[in-house]
Design a protein around this ligand. Sequence first.
Ligand SMILES: Nc1ncnc2c1ncn2[C@@H]1O[C@H](COP(=O)(O)OP(=O)(O)O)[C@@H](O)[C@H]1O
Ligand SMILES: Nc1ccn([C@@H]2O[C@H](COP(=O)(O)O)[C@@H](O)[C@H]2O)c(=O)n1
Length: 556
Amino acid sequence: MVAEKKDAVTASKGDSNRKSVKIEECPTYSHSSGSSVNEMVNQNGGDSEDSVSPRAAGCRTRRRTMSGGRAEHHLLTTKTGKKIYTKGRPPWYDKKGKSLKHPFVIGVCGGSASGKTTVAEKIVERLGIPWVTILSMDSFYKVLTPEEIKEAHESKYNFDEPKAFDFDLLYEILKRLREGKSVDVPVYDFNTHSRDPNSKMMYGADVLIFEGILAFHDERIKNLMDMKVFVDTDGDLRLARRIVRDVTDRGRDIDGIMEQYFTFVKLQPAFDKYIAPCMDYADLIVPRGGENDVAIDMIVQNVMAQLVERGYDRNQNNRDRHDLVRDDLPDCLPENLFILKETPQVKGLVTFVRDRDTSRDNHIFYSDRLMRILIEECMNHMPYKDVEIEMAGGRKTLGKRKDAMICGLPIMRAGECMETALRSIVKDCVIGKILIQTNETTFDPELHYIRLPPHITRYKVIIMDATVTTGSAAMMAIRVLLDHDVKEEDIFVASLLMGQQGAHALAYAFPKVKLITTAMDHQMTENCYLIPGMGNFGDRYYGTGIDQDLDEPFDV
Ligand SMILES: Nc1ncnc2c1ncn2[C@@H]1O[C@H](COP(=O)(O)OP(=O)(O)O)[C@@H](O)[C@H]1O
Ligand SMILES: Nc1ccn([C@@H]2O[C@H](COP(=O)(O)O)[C@@H](O)[C@H]2O)c(=O)n1
């Protein structure tokens, strides 16, 4: 559980190859104080039990999850059973689909190995509120040239001055996170001094903690912070911790660490010149770092007080917050809702799909037909351009060609049934994936997984789901696409069946999104089942329903 927690809360710390090493294997170094590294570390924070564990010696395991443009939900559970999401899109938007608030940003600055990450992790743990993320400045080390990498391997490259960081990228990313938008954060590898080819997708949160040695250096970045904390730990202790950490986690040797420390880290160019002066900007100074429980409690109390002042309510019933059902439904249908013309053919296909006596093979056969008609209707809403073609006899005539790249985005699992229909109609389409589930305790729609093609803003995106009932999942999917800068007018929602309430909620929130369906139900049960509905479409289509007739295999 602890290892799980470390993974999650340090997901943005960019050392991908850290390994756990037993304390006995950690080399020691005697400095002027005469203490070995292990002695110094243990005197200052490790307790007797921990002192034989990797954690106390600073050999913590921090595995990295490389997501390469994927975003999974990242959940950790605190000792008190609280759930904290360190990734994924927070479910904040109002009935109009607008993001509700920006994250509370805490900046944590301090010398190398002062305990910034440890303080940040403790804040996350003690806050115990659902959506908190940590962004590390390490992710923004510049990409080095081959010559610079050689210098770095010889401990001759200065990583402790401002020009080592890409502050412009950092500013853009922090700004977007503060707006609740998605970002791709580089993943840094201290062993190779380079960025991993995979980046890591992140969204905003209730609280965002940004930590780094020069966290307060750039005025623009400083201005994005709601609270600034400086971690002030004795230089000898920092060196001791750094040696242990760099040997075990960052693939370094003692000579190199010492050379780098005294050339760049401790003396004029870095700590004294750039980092120590940042104390003047701090709202709070935390002596000794992560072991200072009193200071961490004060920070947590202050953050909670400020969140409450902004309207944060940890006891809020999220069902109320996400209740998309409108009690003031207009008589007319929204302009951006398109229901297939109820021809006898369409009605006949819908009848087969609704009928509980339809066998599974017929259910698949007729719903596939209906889905193709639905996708063909979607194509009527795509842009087409004029083209001139030459006909068989050599005469020329004007025609049309599709003028858009199409990305299908099925909401797992029922939406995936529509993939075949899309592929059979748009042969050059790409298919993303999104998994959204409702949290059974909070009723929040939660983004568990998303995979989008690169350059998603170049596509018309068709969100596909078998049914839209309250519209909650579709709204989350639309919100996520908007966070990825897809324009509202480039988004389509295709569904076999829509509930009137859900369709109105979506249409009201996103008037430029086109909603396309084959039929509409006007009633819903208290538990949000459509009446008459289609049963559990995914279960019927995939054969996973409990009343599935096992005696009638249809593939013989
Ligand atoms: N109070 C403490 N006692 C023992 N080791 C600590 C303590 N605080 C931090 N460390 C160790 O020191 C190293 C640096 O801490 P970290 O929080 O990563 O600092 P920073 O983020 O400032 O570089 C890590 O290996 C960590 O495990
Ligand atoms: N390739 C690199 C990049 C940075 N460093 C050192 O890391 C320190 C910052 O990280 P902290 O977790 O200690 O805040 C900084 O002092 C750099 O010297 C490095 O060694 N190699």
